[in-house]
Design a protein around this ligand. Sequence first.
Ligand code: ATP
Ligand code: DP6
Length: 403
Amino acid sequence: MSLYQATASAPVNIACIKYWGKRDTKLILPTNSSLSVTLDQDHLRSTTTSRADPSFSEDKLWLNGKLDEIKPGGRLWTCISEMKRMRKEVEDQKPNEPKLSAMHVHICSHNNFPTAAGLASSASGFAALVSSLAALYKLPASPSTLSLIARQGSGSACRSLFGGFVAWEMGSSPDGSDSLAVEVAPRDHWPEIHALICVVSDDKKGTSSTSGMQRTVETSALLQHRIKHVVPERMRAISAAIKEKNFDAFARITMQDSNQFHAVALDTDPPIFYMNDVSRAIIALVTEYNRVSVEAGGKLKAAYTYDAGPNAVIYTPQENVKEIVDMVVKYFPQAQPFKDPFGLFKGAGVQGGVVEGFNTAVAKQFEVGAVKTLIHTRVGDGPRVLGEEEALLGANGLPKTVA
Ligand SMILES: Nc1ncnc2c1ncn2[C@@H]1O[C@H](COP(=O)(O)OP(=O)(O)OP(=O)(O)O)[C@@H](O)[C@H]1O
Ligand SMILES: C[C@@](O)(CCOP(=O)(O)OP(=O)(O)O)CC(=O)O
């Protein structure tokens, strides 16, 4: 008997121009376009195996070893149903194809980083789900077409269907058919862009992105200004900066947009605070680091950005990463040694320190644990279809390892 099974992995993305607000909450249609950098899935990824089998009695999904509920009409259900609908179209055109669309599926997924910790697990998760089903169903669909489906799982997930630098075009059609992801530039265009994620220890997220952005849409006057007068020009300018590999412009816009996103969160009634004192201290460090460079006649060397939580993501050309790790570790001592995937410190360990001319009074030194870990990664590629040896489902159609 044939085994109908496929495995795919997908990356995380972190936006430079933030998506914040929906004009349609069911279809997940945004109030503005957005743009992100896809991070390297060699470091952060979701891996998903999907199998269709006539013996399965219902659709099931395990996330990190735990059975998740697929609520009818919910986000997982919508994505799975849409993928089955596309498979059915293939079967209608090619009558010899097995009728996989009529079978139930078992789906098993694993994130190699903390789920729901503000590290965009929903983005890589839904992108991996859609990619594995597309491989299982042998759909002749482009990444942009698949992004239409991932978008209905979580808006930011649509951008994880591409590697490199990716725009989510908001579109204007009420049915959402033109609200999709497009590639602005592939990873190879600007592979020097690295990212340092500062995982800030914090209690559970207070306000989810989904509910927070809806409250902003309902109550913030500033959001209307952002949507109409700010984001369209920023999308143009940052796309040009990426094409020209102009880090100075890229960094300026990225930081401005992170700041404005947190300003509209604050402008929400009641106000939403995602950043904390640690986040703000990291902003002060990056600002001072850039000031030293600019005053010496140079350009911006780093850009911070924050999503709906206190974690910082610092984008920078590879050549600056060592200085930035040294700076962050000086202010935020680490309990564990820095994992050095690019061999920056050549095994010597991080000493901690700042560049010459740096005003050390811009932030206080925090206690161990204020920044829990530092993850060094870089711009990466889009979803990958993996081999049978990477499958997460065993021969019996159940997860191979139960957490
Ligand atoms: N591998 C996965 N496969 C399918 N769904 C996933 C996967 N990983 C995460 N999800 C879904 O995403 C949810 C977590 O999303 P949530 O937005 O709360 O956190 P986050 O994505 O880590 O943070 P943020 O989007 O604010 O950066 C999970 O509860 C689950 O429903
Ligand atoms: C701040 C953000 O990370 C918000 C992401 O929101 P989600 O994509 O998690 O929201 P839903 O569409 O409701 O699932 C900005 C961004 O990624 O563009």
